[in-house]
Design a protein. Sequence first.
Length: 271
Amino acid sequence: MATKGCLSVTKYFLFVFNLLFFVLGSLLFGLGLWILFDRTCIISVFGTSLALKIWSYVFSGVGIFTMLLGFLGCLGSLKEIKCFLGFYFGFLLLLFAAQITVGVLVYTQKNTLRSTVGIQVKDIISQYGSGSQLSDKEEGWDFVQTKFHCCGWFSSMDWKQNQKISNGSGLWYPCSCHNSSTAAPSHNASTSNDSSVEQLSSGFCAAPEKESWLVYEHGCMMSIQSWISGNIYTILGLCLGVGLLELFVMTLAMCLCRNLDQDYNKLARYS
């Protein structure tokens, strides 16, 4: 009797938990679609188009996977379908293994990852502003420099490799690197409105004097590493909490699956 009561509590706990999981996945999926297709949404003012696209894909993908897990967990626990509980356990196990694998790879390959990111960033910087309008990658890098108050990857001197800056007699610098604590950039009286609009649209600002850039001197690599170091315990706490929750739910699903009646024809009623 006690065993049946325990199984009933486990079954309905899994059902309620996965029902909330399914609702959460639906909300994430809807949010991802909203960000992706509604360009007038208020969230668009908080980031660049590249950042919005990335977050929309992340929200949509996580939402779909969460809905699938919630569906399998709800139906498998409520209707006592071992097949669904087995798939539910298997998906959670794969997710748990993938998280561990990613964590190990990031830790062991951090130097390779840092150099690869550095090469990509330098390529973005060298080609920055070469098109008629900024690309998604260029807007994304602008967002990083503005967010972390930095310039370039190693230092602001990385921008010397940019084609427009090297051809601009040292008077041009990226507006996203502008240090607001310095004096505002001065423009000659002969500067026309058209040239000002061109500077803003191309992502460059004019320095008051040659080689006198009003920018942050330190690179973004150190700023990003400092941010990660400052938030490492929060990141580890979240990862540990998610991992323990996955282990707990997997344990409940396996216990429920093993203690159900030996009836493998549960799906026959739906055929």
